[in-house]
Design a protein around this ligand. Structure first.
Ligand code: ADP
Ligand code: MG
Length: 902
């Protein structure tokens, strides 16, 4: 929600409504949840907005300024579910609580119960399990200018206490956003209005940049200077302070436990921009697809492991040593299958310790959070034992050894929690029974007293039954009235008529109902008081014990957080080994030079989809971009598997540098510094907007940033414009990549004409998707072979698609004629001869198609592709096609007769 609707004037409001106006004025961009008894009510525009999102009936309550006040409410006990839906839609909710009981307000003669905003619920500051996505980090990202063209970034996950910073060029902001996919962003107006943030819309909050960010941030961690944690730029420190302030404001002034900030810098990670991530579908599918890389390779068993794997795929490494360390760990666990199985047994169903700790630190926790630490630490100890048992030859690799050491925190509260917590835990602390018997003597004594009192009630019930002569007398507890003796109506009438002898058991009438009467007596009220005292004292004592347990956990928090991280690390490594064990995956050889050679590589997502749909087996393919053949130009008709091949090789780089094995028989992948993937867009003419501009902007980014260590995948670039423009662009881009940028490149194209470059660019090797014809049918073999594709497949595809036979026949004739003409021109003459081919050539070639229908030729000659907008080009194509048809009627449009692409 960005534009806050105007708040009505508060003048003339009732005392309670005046409180609402104050809360709304303090939090104009949040919905105000206004506590009224058992409901949180919303008023005015809040009520209508939330009513719509939550499907609530909007009623009216009283009047304000002569108009009825719209109101909608949600029951307090069901509030989490409603909050979940609101924050998922980008709303922020200010929780305005009652700070005293109505009785207390009455006692101090106040006109209304005191209320205050205790918390702002925002998407990135929640810790509740139901409001978080288990397998995704929930980043709050803050941004601040960092001098010149740079921006300081700080991001933190309140639910796990993880904090990072980075200083980066403004131009790379889009890539950072794509990598983190933040839940909420805090930025000054200058940045919030920028190109990168505008598309995020509702999740961006504007904030001022503090001048003393470093001091604020240092204060939050209780250190004299941030330098204690590394060297942070001014922008990073300011961004940190902004993030901290935002969290503090949201949680009513307190901060959750946060680990020391890590300054990461983008150094050491594989650079990928937003377009690359989109096209590779790393963490999520695009354009309606449902499969992504993460989904296809994720074998983790815990939410924390899934989060860690997602983080690794989102930010693969770019340095040899840490990548090798991860591969060593996978190799070890792949070989040590018994150890892996033992670890995975412990991981399966292991609780999310990091998030439980987060909830404990903000005091919004549940008994199960304490149990999560107890159980999580127990499992961590078991994992440690499993790794200890595996020590020997080969030795446990350093990454796993370090994780193993961290699994047992120095001051683990595990044993204490195990002794303290009851076997069966209540859902909420207030229900009592969190602490089991035998842990705290005082609590046990108070509980005994309480339970004795219960026994005393039963004894008194028998005594009263006898004294009053009513065998069916029952002592029952009532919410408002406390304990009362209930007797049937007839017996009650009798008791009422009696004049009781004074004494502790003398009945005092309290209530008459249709079929029963309720009485009390001094003995009963005394007992009631003793019982509730015992109950209150036991509850108070239990709360104190729980506070003690919470403190134990928080004192050990750094160690517990480290154990949680270690468990996630082990989960990721064991999962990667599990994945590798399940099929032909290999450890990539990763030399520190621009090399790339994959044998029998596969696309993990397409392979999984084919398998799931019981489709044909995936056809593995080799790739070789080793020095001397850095560019591969791939041609082939539509649906032959070009895009799949390109992406599978780019994904190899992502997987390898994230520290996973790769889906191939063998792979040599020289370290990549930047990875680019681009898909040409067909012009969205029907929608009336040019995506060609987008395509060219993205291509420009590649040409401006790729270098000899980069890996570039370009899929049908130039497709988004008229044929000759596109061809020219593709041609020039290829030349630049070959001569100037010298990046390892896979280039797929339907511009068959580009294969003419093969002879001109020594490091370019042509490859083609193999296609076979079988009984008039095109059969895609999904096999990449050497050389260029034949160009006639477009017409085969047309035939296959049901284009009338005479039309296809005619097209063949025209194609033959056009090919003949093109042959007359030398494609290697230096410039781009293909433009000439498009123009009406003054010297017409000798070969003429039979029975020249010159309407077509004339129409063709009249076109000037260079001067045409994409829409005009398409319309011209339709016109030409209609000339082809014997009756002059339009036939189904086909994209491009001249290319091999169907
Ligand atoms: P193109 O880019 O050439 O049009 P795609 O890469 O989009 O072709 O592939 C089209 C379809 O062919 C894919 O959706 C997939 O089902 C199938 N396919 C592609 N490559 C392979 C392969 N190597 N083995 C099996 N099926 C494949
Ligand atoms: Mg394709």
């Amino acid at each position: 929600m960005d534009a806050a609707p105007p708040i009505p004037d508060a003048a003339g409001a009732t005392p309670a409504m005046a409180q609402w106006f104050a809360a709304k004025a303090a939090h104009p961009d949040a919905l105000v949840f206004f506590r009224m008894g058992d409901f949180f009510e919303m008023f005015f525009a809040d009520a209508t907005a939330a009513g719509e999102v939550l499907g609530l009936a909007v009623s009216h309550r009283g009047e304000h300024g002569g108009r009825p006040v719209p109101m909608a409410g949600v029951p307090v006990h069901a509030m989490e579910a409603y909050l979940a839906r609101l924050i998922r839609r980008g709303f922020r909710v200010a929780i305005c609580e009652q700070m005293e009981t109505p009785e207390a307000a009455k006692a101090r003669k106040a006109p209304a119960v005191r209320r205050a905003v205790v918390r702002i619920v925002t998407p990135a500051t929640v810790t509740e399990e139901s409001l978080l996505e288990g397998s995704r980090p929930s980043w709050l990202l803050a941004l601040a200018p960092d001098g010149g063209e740079r921006v300081g970034a700080a991001w933190l996950d309140v639910s796990t206490g993880h904090v990072c910073t980075e200083s980066l060029p403004v131009a790379e902001l889009g890539a950072l956003l794509a990598r983190l996919d933040p839940t909420e962003v805090v930025a000054p107006e200058s940045l919030a209005a920028g190109d990168a943030l505008t598309p995020l819309g509702g999740v961006v909050r504007e904030a001022l940049v503090p001048r003393d960010g470093a001091r604020i941030a240092a204060g939050a961690w209780g250190v004299a200077s941030l330098a204690a944690f590394g060297s942070f730029t001014e922008g990073e420190a300011a961004a940190l302070a902004m993030a901290l302030d935002y969290v503090r404001d949201a949680s009513g002034g307190t901060l959750p436990r946060l680990a020391p900030p890590e300054c990461r810098g983008g150094e050491g990670t594989l650079r990928m921009d937003a377009a690359t991530r989109r096209s590779l579908e790393i963490l999520r599918a695009e354009r309606g697809g449902k499969d992504c890389l993460l989904g296809a390779v994720d074998r983790t068993l815990t939410a924390a492991g899934a989060r860690e794997l997602a983080a690794r795929l989102a930010a693969p490494l770019a340095e040899a040593a840490p990548i090798a360390a991860r591969h060593d760990a996978v190799a070890f666990l792949l070989a040590a299958s018994a150890t892996r199985a033992a670890l995975r047994t412990e991981l399966k169903g292991a609780p999310d310790m990091a998030r439980a700790l987060g909830r404990l630190s903000v005091e919004r926790f549940f008994p199960r959070d304490l149990a999560a630490l107890r159980d999580g630490l127990l499992r961590a100890e078991a994992m440690r034992a499993a790794l200890a048992a595996a020590a020997g030859v080969p030795p446990v690799p350093p990454l796993l050894a370090a994780a193993s050491a961290a699994l047992l925190p120095p001051d683990s509260p595990r044993a204490e929690l195990a002794r303290a917590l009851a076997a069966e835990l209540p859902a909420r602390l207030e229900e009592g029974g969190v602490v089991g018997p035998g842990y705290d003597g005082e609590l046990d004594a108070l509980r005994r007293l309480r339970d004795d009192a219960r026994g005393a009630i039963l004894a008194l019930q028998m005594d009263l039954a006898q004294a009053w002569g009513i065998a069916s007398l029952k002592i029952r507890h009532h919410q408002q009235l406390g304990f009362l003796a209930e007797v049937p109506a007839a017996a009650g009438e009798g008791l009422l008529r009696q004049k009781p002898a004074p004494g502790p058991m003398a009945p005092v009438h309290r209530q008459s109902m249709a079929n029963a009467h309720r009485f009390t007596c001094t003995a009963l009220t005394d007992l009631d008081r003793r019982l509730s005292q015992a109950r209150d004292e036991a509850a108070r004592r239990e709360a104190a014990v729980v506070r003690h347990l919470r403190k134990l956990c928080l004192d050990a928090a750094p160690g517990i957080a480290a154990a949680a991280r270690a468990a996630a690390e082990i989960d990721v490594q064991a999962a990667s080994a599990e994945l590798a064990a399940g099929g032909a995956w290999c450890r990539p050889d990763m030399p520190d030079r621009p090399d790339f050679c994959v044998a029998q590589g596969r696309h993990p997502v397409v392979e999984a989809a084919l398998r799931r749909n019981r489709g044909p087996a995936f056809v593995p393919n080799d790739a070789d971009l080793s020095p001397g053949r850095r560019l591969c130009l791939l041609t082939g008709p539509n649906m032959a598997g070009k895009s799949t091949y390109l992406r599978q090789n780019a994904l190899m780089v992502v997987l390898a540098q994230a520290g996973l094995y790769v889906p191939a028989e063998s792979a040599r992948i020289g370290l990549v510094d930047r990875l680019f993937s681009r898909v040409g867009t067909a012009d969205d003419i029907a929608g009336g907007r040019s995506t060609f501009m987008v395509e060219m902007t993205e291509t420009a980014a590649v040409l401006n940033a790729a270098g000899p260590r980069s890996f570039v995948v370009l899929d049908e670039v130039g497709r988004g414009t008229a044929t000759w423009d596109g061809l020219a662009i593709a041609w020039a881009v290829l030349e630049a990549l070959h001569d100037r940028l010298r990046a390892r490149t896979l280039f797929a194209t339907h511009f068959h004409e580009l294969t003419a470059l093969a002879g001109k660019l020594p490091e370019l090797t042509p490859a083609a998707m193999r296609v076979r014809e079988h009984r008039g049918q095109v059969v895609f073999q999904h096999l990449v072979g050497p050389g260029a594709s034949e160009r006639s497949w477009g017409l085969h595809v047309a035939r296959l698609a049901g284009v009338p036979r005479e039309v296809v026949g005619r097209a063949e004739a025209v194609l033959a004629a056009l090919e003949e003409r093109a042959r007359g021109l030398d494609p290697l003459s230096g410039e781009l001869p293909l433009f000439a081919a498009a123009r009406p050539a003054p010297a017409a070639p000798a070969a003429q198609p039979p029975e020249e229908p010159d309407a077509l030729r004339i129409a063709l000659a009249g076109l000037d592709p260079d001067a045409m907008a994409p829409r005009e080009a398409l319309e011209a194509l339709y016109r030409l096609k209609s000339l082809l048809s014997p009756h002059g009627t339009a036939v189904a449009p086909q994209r491009d007769l001249l290319s091999s692409d169907g």
